[in-house]
Design a protein around this ligand. Structure first.
Ligand code: 6MZ
Length: 391
């Protein structure tokens, strides 16, 4: 293959390396959707041992390892499969550890992990599930350079009764001896084509009354107009997940857009997820640049890094490349994510300072120019790339 030489001055980094070095904050990551291929293969092997058969799971193996493009409905079938592999407390501990380690290795300094507590007869209660996740979080924070907090998820596909029981469980952690301060909010997620978000408003009101912050998946698909209006008009949302169809030219009232802007409600931006589930036709057609031009707070996030084969560094890279962001824009995105965390202000101050310190060490190191072999100078490092990358 024909190769070209691109020259990057010493001390400078190409965009992807730069994004890997950013001190990143991840605010929208579903635990089960974040499992790497390696973790899924480990779980499959454990399951095969437990069941004493290989045949039942080999088709599942293929599905997982090829997965790069998935419709939203396919995604929810993948979640069901993954849930069948994570039906023991041992598996929950393992996946929590692995996911935290992988985010830390990707340069994530603060992770707000979210997961749906599950009650599996004879195997675990919701409380045991949450305790196990929190224990694993504490252990990983001792060894990895990362701060982790938890959001418990309400799955709109599981019904209102299940949501009330999740909320009453969450309340037990507000004043917990060991885990106090680790559970910082509630997420509302699940298949947007199932159930009606408006039915969950009383639960969200109660959660707010208890002091929980709320991150709600809103307008992920086009058909959610009325429920989105109802939830927003009740002033219940502290952060919006996706918000793909929120703009007034998508059938939503202009009032909502104005209200989101006025109250600075941050939007969690999940580029790969939206394009791979085909809720947005291409990166270029994503809603990111509209809100970004309005200087609205946005948090670049992965959603399900395993299911969508991505990393947070990769999401920053796609965002910066597609929308031609400057180094300053990229740094501002990192800092906006800090402000959008559900941390109390004293912890947020510490995180902000840490992110600022790391960003200042990176300032000026993003290589934006293009050079040819004619500009070869002794003080450069050589990087090989294909002609396509240079075009
Ligand atoms: C809505 C999603 C989602 O909770 O078992 N989830 N909900 N939209 C999405 N966009 C693709 N991706 C993931 O993680 C898996 C669960 O997270 C939610 C779904 O409820 C899914 O079952 P946990 O750790």
């Amino acid at each position: 293959m024909c190769t070209w030489h691109r020259l990057i001055p010493k001390e400078q980094m190409d965009l992807l390396t730069y994004c890997r070095n950013l001190p990143k904050v991840e605010l929208h990551a579903h635990l089960t959707g974040s499992l790497s291929d390696d973790t899924v293969l480990q779980l499959l092997e454990a399951k095969e041992k437990e069941l004493g058969s290989k045949n039942s799971l080999c088709s599942a193996k293929i599905t997982i390892s090829k997965g790069h493009q998935r419709s939203l409905d396919e995604c929810f079938r993948v979640f069901e499969l993954l849930h069948s592999l994570t039906d023991s407390l041992e598996a929950i501990r393992k996946i929590t550890q692995n996911v935290i380690q992988e985010f830390a290795e990707d340069g994530v300094r603060y992770l707000e992990l979210r997961t749906t507590p599950k009650n599996i007869l004879g195997k675990m209660t919701k409380k045991e599930y949450v305790d196990t996740v929190l224990e694993a979080m504490i252990n990983e924070m001792k060894t990895c350079r990362i701060m982790v907090r938890l959001l418990v998820s309400v799955d709109r596909g599981r019904g209102v009764e299940d949501a009330w029981s999740t909320l009453s469980l969450a309340k037990q952690y507000l004043d917990h001896d060991v885990f106090k301060g680790l559970l910082v909010g509630i997420d509302v997620s699940g298949n947007p084509n199932k159930g009606n978000l408006a039915d969950y408003i009383p639960i969200l009101k109660e959660a707010k009354k208890c002091g929980f912050k709320l991150a709600v998946h809103l307008a992920e698909v086009k058909s959610c107009v009325e429920e989105t209006d109802a939830v927003l008009q009740n002033g219940l949302v502290d952060r919006i997940g996706h918000g793909t169809y929120l703009l007034d030219n998508n059938g939503y009232g202009i009032n909502n857009q104005d209200m989101i802007l006025k109250h600075h409600i941050p939007i969690e931006i999940c580029l790969s997820s939206n394009v791979k589930t085909e809720s947005v036709s291409s990166f270029e057609d994503h809603h990111f640049p509209v809100w970004h031009a309005l200087k609205h707070p946005l948090a670049v996030s992965t959603d399900d890094k395993g299911v969508f084969s991505t990393t947070l560094s990769n999401e920053y890279y796609i965002c910066a490349k597609t929308f031609n962001l400057s180094e300053k824009d990229i740094h501002e995105l990192c800092l906006h994510a800090v402000e959008a965390t559900f941390l109390p202000s004293s912890d947020k101050d510490i995180l902000r300072q840490m992110v600022k310190d790391d960003l200042s060490k990176l300032m000026g190191k993003l290589f934006l120019g293009r050079m040819t072999t004619n500009t070869l100078k002794p003080s450069t490092v050589l990087e090989i790339c294909t002609p396509k990358e240079l075009s």
